[in-house]
Design a protein around this ligand. Structure first.
Ligand SMILES: [Zn+2]
Length: 126
């Protein structure tokens, strides 16, 4: 199952690449090789709120011993990707934009590594 690529208008974007695409990790077209991602950043917001909601709703359902909260979560977890796949269209993403996003990711990763090194240094000099 494939979706139409916004660049060449052929079915070059696979089901999973569309589902997993966001600006930091776009889908690549099999036919023209250009990048695209889900419009509106829905996948990105899902990625941000999904772990938190799972924890909050999971804890609430454990505490109340009811499946109510977990079924909200399940509905939400199923509806979100379905909405993103079938309602939203793919948005064009240029190679430059992708590079910019990757650069941001590298900076964030570098910061984390630096923090880890500092923590190790701090521990060994204490
Ligand atoms: Zn294409």
């Amino acid at each position: 199952m494939s979706f139409n690529c916004p660049h060449c208008n052929k079915e070059g974007v696979s089901y999973f690449s569309k589902l997993l695409s966001y600006s930091g990790s776009p889908a690549t077209c099999r036919i023209c090789g250009k990048f695209s991602c889900d419009a509106g950043g829905v996948n990105e917001s899902y990625r941000k709120i999904a772990p938190l909601s799972l924890i909050v709703l999971g804890t609430s359902s454990l505490l109340t011993q009811s499946l109510f909260y977990i079924s909200i979560w399940l509905g939400f977890a199923l509806l979100f990707p379905a909405y993103s796949l079938y309602v939203l269209k793919l948005e064009k993403l240029s190679g430059d934009e992708v590079k910019k996003q990757r650069g941001k990711k590298l900076i964030a990763l570098g910061g984390l590594v630096l923090l880890a090194c500092l923590a190790v240094l701090y521990e060994s000099f204490r």
